[in-house]
Write a protein that binds this ligand. Structure first.
Ligand code: DAH
Length: 339
């Protein structure tokens, strides 16, 4: 029996040394130490030994079992290490591979054009004024000569927050807010977001941008209005640009006009951009209505002023030949990258 044990020990050692993967080690464990393993079988046969031999062989058998267990554990940890090394080698990082490209956007066309327009007006001594997007009905309508039930309210489908609170439908309320807190001379532009509950299509968005302008001082006339807006048009669309003022109506200016610029693409010949007319309408303007000056706390006997308002989105679309306003609000990076 002693010999058998020695033999098992040597055989097991041999097999363990030859094993190259953990699965094989498990097989060896079962073969020698498992319930039906050879060592277990021998231990079972110990009953037939004499009482003197039993403890000696028992001790030896235990030693052999411990020896095999230890060898198995050592072999297993070696194999595991090797397997891990192999795995790591297979997973090595190729530092010569190109990195992930980070997509870079661009300045939003609305901001780009707004910056250009601001710069032109800064150059003429204007500064920036602001007002709230959630606006009192009073400033958005009443103070601008648009009382309740005035038909002009229907044209500007208004988002009402409550009876007296709206999402501003225009930047014109900033005129009155500015007059209330500033003494003339006033020379401001007020760019901002405005809201109208229009159905969305290629030319209508419920959110869009306007740029308001207001000049109030002693002796301001229509000539100042024309000079200022002509200068703006030439700086923005090019020196050759001509302007045309068409009489119009706005409740808060009197007289009122719309300004067209000669088409900057065809120069006035007529093309796709100006729809064949040679002219492009770009803003509304007029002399500030005396009642509006009064609402702003300014004496119309002493001061006069002009105002204008333009749609930034429209100007951006004309300038870049964008035919759908929704592109300006979807923020598709493929679109934005082009500016
Ligand atoms: N608020 C007008 C609109 O939304 C635009 C406008 C027209 C503003 C004439 C003005 C102006 O300041 O003088 O249609």
């Amino acid at each position: 029996m002693r010999e058998q044990l020695e033999k098992i020990k040597l055989e097991a050692l041999e097999e363990i040394k030859e094993a190259t993967n953990s699965q094989r080690i498990d097989e060896i464990r079962v073969k020698y130490l498992g319930k039906k393993g050879s060592l277990t079988t021998i231990l079972r046969g110990m009953g037939s030994l004499s009482p003197e031999e039993r403890p000696i062989i028992g001790k030896l058998a235990n030693e052999v079992r411990e020896f095999i267990e230890e060898e198995i554990n050592n072999a297993l940890s070696n194999i595991k290490n090797k397997e891990r090394e192999l795995k790591i080698k297979g997973e090595y990082i190729d530092i010569t591979m190109p990195g992930k490209k980070v997509e870079i956007g661009g300045i939003h066309p609305l901001n780009k054009v707004l910056d250009e327009i601001k710069d032109i007006f800064f150059g003429m001594g204007f500064s920036i004024a602001e007002g709230p997007e959630v606006e009192l009905d009073y400033y958005n309508f009443e103070a601008l000569n648009v009382p309740k039930n005035h038909p002009a309210r229907d044209e500007q489908d208004t988002f009402y927050i409550s009876e007296n609170l709206v999402l501003r439908t225009q930047t014109s309320p900033i005129q009155v807010r500015t007059m209330e807190k500033t003494k003339p001379p006033i020379r401001i532009i007020a760019p901002g977001r405005v809201y109208r509950s229009d159905a969305v299509d290629a030319t209508h968005s419920p959110i869009f941008y306007q740029i308001e302008g207001l000049v109030v001082d002693k002796g301001i006339t229509m000539a100042n209005l024309k000079g200022t807006l002509e200068t703006f048009a030439k700086r923005f669309f090019g020196e050759k640009t001509r302007t045309k003022f068409r009489p119009h109506h706005f409740p808060f200016t009197e007289p009122s006009a719309e300004m067209d610029v000669s088409c900057f693409v065809c120069g006035g010949e007529g093309c796709r951009v100006c729809k064949g007319s040679g002219w492009i309408e770009i803003l509304g303007c007029g002399m500030v209505h005396p009642d509006v000056l009064t609402k702003g706390g300014i004496d119309p006997e002493e001061y006069s002023g002009f105002a204008f308002g333009m749609g930034l989105d429209r100007i951006v679309m004309i300038k870049y030949g964008i035919d759908d306003i929704r592109l300006l609000y979807e923020n598709d990076i493929r679109f934005l990258k082009q500016f």
